[in-house]
Design a protein. Sequence first.
Length: 242
Amino acid sequence: MQDLEYINEIISSFKELDELTPCFRVLITDTNGGALFVTKLFQEFRGINEFVRGSIYTQQENTGKYHAEDTLKEWKQVVETRTPHHAINANLLNKITQFYMTSKYPIINPETNNVVGIFNISHEVLYSSIQHQLMRALEVYKIAKNVNIEAYQLTKREKQLIFLFLSRMSSKEISIVLSKIEGREISKNTIDNIFSNQIRVKFNAFSREALTEKLLKLGFDHLIPSDLINSFKIPLLDIITY
């Protein structure tokens, strides 16, 4: 089977699947990233009113650390290495920061051994930490119910610190991350003071262990500050068991 015939057959199969189960955010492109097919859910997610074959669907906003050019580089890498590429993304779409995982796979014609396209699929990030999910599965921490987060009246900065704290970062690491995001120096002492005088007081938890337990019981590991960063991409490495 020739390359063009092979990629057209794959597209035809996905069109049928999309009619039967419109549940997947799928984009099929040529080797340069030009769109050959998009599912209904992908169109809805990206706000595409009318699909135009050959369009380049990268992210819509050039904000933050991740730019549209990075998607083009990813596609090139997938084709050149003939291997998949996985990442966690945060993009500002429709004025809302949305977090999702993307996987890009080379489509290889088995008869010619040529890369004829790229299969792209994305879905929501459903957890923030495997470790936290493990503790919930073992009922070390129960899943919080009917928690009124607004009652804590958290500031923008407090939300950022809580998220990074639950990512197991130290005050020094948090200060470095926020300094890079905001483009100005934020000291470790500033971070320590917010924890000591604001966050620990609000949650009545005065040790790292006590604060972690309280935040997990309240379900803060499922919350991501919408304004921490508008746009980024984190490449995912394979998880290895040993």
